[in-house]
Write a protein that binds this ligand. Structure first.
Ligand code: SAH
Length: 350
């Protein structure tokens, strides 16, 4: 038992960036190309065992085993929905639970990744915040979700997109998130194009400004969900700290610095968010911005009393926005029978 618990605390090697691994190996007197070999096994071949790294000398394998582990995640449940959306529930070394979703399409697959165990922001429609926040995920815990789920993709179904839309607020775990993105994006790592990676945020203004200067070509999605301060305060308490005008100003700055568009996510809740007034306010708020609007039908969570609008109401709201000159699309939910809305599966286990 004692050796088990010691093993638990051994650092997962997927916490190391490529330069960090090079430095570590050089400190052992190893050649730099060994780092490339290790990365190749981990990120290209998906190996989770130093012994299986056949082109490494035995003493180096032993040393790596001594210092590092592959223990970030243990899968404990897998729910497959009728549309093949698959939700994985994992435990971490400290018994925390996180969830990851695989959303397959005809010839590609998207992975929805968690960045925190729980969430601090208490959006009043989201299951992730109900149990509060426990801790940030490490870089290895973030990257391992992708490596694990990628292996589950059927043949001929390449991983095409990664969306940081699972449990937690990605920009509240900024350093681990950026490190994980660089591992996924780099030539030495998974080498997935940055434009195929989307970060979704509840609107943390300082981090949006910081991200603008990061020089990575990721997609940014901002959860707006309210067309003015009063409406947004009710649904997203984070608005009291970063109100709508400050958020929009940060988004404009982001668009200008990066020359990239922003996607605004906007939840459709019956009688609340899809009114004529909301449409007009959104039209004014987003006028002239390089952005699109993703309308997300509310996915029912037992703890909240909201209702999903009828299809007709959603289409009418979409139509109003289009007439006001906004580029809006309605995103139809996937995997409802796999409890695939943010945090639903995790929440059902705590
Ligand atoms: N913390 C990030 C990631 C959250 S999940 C953020 O706030 O953006 C990604 C999206 O799903 C967010 O826009 C979030 O507001 C939305 N979402 C959460 N719960 C939902 C629900 N029950 N129905 C519909 N959308 C939901």
């Amino acid at each position: 038992m004692k050796s088990d618990s010691l093993l638990m605390h051994k650092r997962d090697i997927r916490d190391l960036s490529y330069p960090e691994l090079v430095t570590f190996l050089e400190s052992l007197g190893q050649e730099k190309y060994r780092a490339g070999q290790v990365f190749d096994w981990i990120y290209k071949k998906g190996v989770e065992d130093f012994e299986a790294m056949l082109n490494l000398p035995q003493p180096l394998k032993e040393k790596l085993k001594e210092d590092f582990s592959f223990q970030a995640l243990t899968m404990i449940q897998r729910n497959v929905a009728a549309d093949q959306t698959t939700k994985f529930l994992f435990t971490l070394y400290d018994q925390q639970r996180i969830e990851t979703v695989l959303i397959p399409a005809k010839d590609r697959a998207t992975i929805c990744v968690s960045t925190q165990a729980g969430c601090k922001f208490h959006c009043q429609f989201c299951a992730s915040g109900i149990g509060g926040w426990d801790r940030n995920l490490t870089c290895a815990e973030i990257v391992s979700q992708i490596l694990f789920v990628k292996k589950q993709c059927a043949d001929g179904q390449p991983l095409s997109n990664i969306v940081f839309m699972g449990v937690g607020e990605p920009l509240d775990n900024y350093d681990a998130l950026i490190k994980a993105i660089r591992l996924i994006n780099s030539v030495e790592g998974t080498h997935l194009g940055a434009r195929r990676i989307t970060i979704s945020t509840c609107g943390l203004v300082p981090q949006i400004k910081k991200l603008a200067k990061e020089n990575i070509q990721v997609e940014l999605a901002v959860s707006l969900h309210g067309s003015n301060n009063d409406a947004r305060n009710v649904l997203m308490p984070v608005n009291k700290k970063y109100p709508v005008p400050d958020l929009i100003e940060a988004c404009k700055e982001y668009i200008q610095t990066t020359n990239r568009q922003i996607t605004f996510e906007y939840i459709l809740i019956k009688g609340l968010t899809c009114t004529q007034q909301a449409a007009e306010e959104l039209g004014q708020l987003l006028a002239g911005m390089t952005c699109k609007l993703n309308l997300i039908p509310y996915n029912p969570v037992a703890e909240f009393a909201h209702e999903t609008p009828s299809k007709m109401e959603m289409l009418l709201f979409h139509d109003k926005l289009t007439r006001l000159g906004l580029h809006a699309t309605v995103r139809m939910p996937r995997g409802r029978d796999a409890a695939a809305a943010c945090g639903q599966l995790r929440h059902s286990h705590i």
